[in-house]
Design a protein around this ligand. Structure first.
Ligand code: ASP
Length: 346
């Protein structure tokens, strides 16, 4: 049985609303000084864990998040991996789902929790949601059973839901309940008790953590709409340097059957571009060939992204291409779940 004091958590603060408080002199929102955290949140002591803090410099609004920052974050976790039982990443909510998706690919063989959280109201505001989010994230990062982390994966905790990071999307800019994972059930519900859905959580493989920091940025997103012009599609597909395009299609992976559209896709694929089909719908999966409107895309070599979120699709492409794999290998791995990011029907 592990003593509570033996559990150690590293909190990594990247920026975002959660770490803000009102400057008593000016009234403006300024980043919170985590050196004084126990003064502001004395309840943290009641956990009885060793909690250490690391703040990135500069702190950023998550709208400025980048693959370079992901590399720094993933490297910091890796450097400290052996010393801590779990990690909490305080992050702006705007691009949290992208960061969670990216970290899930960058941290191969993760056997410890990496819990991202943030808030809609700053920590220093009376009605903040940051306090509850932060405290629950710490508790989840520390949770163990038989000396093994209960949630050894990258996840997002927001309001009362623990969600798999690479299945999550920010869907509300106003509500405290800001994230959804429509295609994969929550990993835990947090109320009076934290109820873990253990059969939904990835199992640890006890292998050595392997860090990947090369993310290839030559990825684009093309969201279809009725009336989209040939010029726009052709320009987008001919973006210099572009290696992969995430195609956000209608419903179960459908698109116009107009000859110009299929010709443009085919010409791009023949040039070596990877085209990954995901749905614009918030839930459900691409099923290429179900309708005539996706049959031709399958025929010319568009790859099914099944139920990938946009965030996970972008991160997976950046990761696979960043590994320097051949185009053929990337095409083979795209429709295969490698971090629990997608469900492929039998
Ligand atoms: N714009 C902020 C950010 O994402 C919003 C937030 O923190 O939730 O950094």
């Amino acid at each position: 049985m592990i003593q509570k004091e033996e559990i150690s958590i590293l909190v990594l603060y990247t920026g975002g609303t959660i770490g803000m408080m009102q400057d008593p002199k000016t009234g403006a929102l300024v980043p919170f000084d985590f050196d004084n955290i126990y003064k502001h949140l004395p309840v943290l002591q009641n956990f009885g864990y060793q909690i250490d803090f690391y703040s990135f410099d500069p702190l950023i609004d998550s709208s400025n998040m980048s693959p370079d920052f992901w590399a720094k974050l993933a490297s910091k976790i890796t450097e400290n991996y052996e010393q801590y039982d779990g990690f909490v990443v305080l992050h702006g909510s705007d691009t949290m789902a992208y960061t969670a998706s990216a970290l899930s690919f960058m941290l191969e063989n993760l056997n410890k929790p990496v819990v991202l959280t943030g808030s809609q109201l700053p920590m220093g505001v009376v009605r903040t949601d940051g306090r509850e989010n932060f405290l629950a994230a710490i508790e989840i990062a520390a949770a163990k059973e038989d000396d093994t982390a209960i949630v050894p994966e990258v996840c997002i905790f927001f309001q009362d839901q623990l969600l798999r990071g690479n299945r999550t999307t920010k869907f509300n800019a106003e509500n405290f309940n800001a994230f959804a994972s429509t295609n994969y059930p929550g990993l835990a519900e947090v109320g009076v008790h934290i109820k873990y859905n253990k059969e939904r959580i990835l199992k640890p493989n006890f292998k050595k953590l392997k860090l990947h920091t090369n993310m290839d940025r030559n990825v684009g997103i093309l969201k279809l709409f009725p009336g989209i012009s040939e010029e726009f599609v052709c320009h987008a597909l001919r973006t210099p340097g572009l290696k992969a395009m995430v195609l956000e299609t209608f419903g179960s992976g459908n698109a116009t059957t107009a000859a110009w559209f299929l010709d443009a896709l085919k010409e791009a694929i023949d040039r070596g571009l990877i085209i990954l089909n995901i749905t614009q719908c918030k839930g459900g999966s691409v099923e290429m060939g179900r309708y005539e409107t996706s049959l031709d895309m399958a025929r010319i070599g568009v790859v099914s992204g099944y139920d990938l979120t946009t965030e996970a699709a972008v991160a997976k492409l950046m990761y696979l291409m960043g590994e320097g794999l051949s185009r053929q290998k990337v095409l083979e791995l795209l429709p295969v779940p490698i971090r629990g990011e997608m469900t492929v029907p039998d």
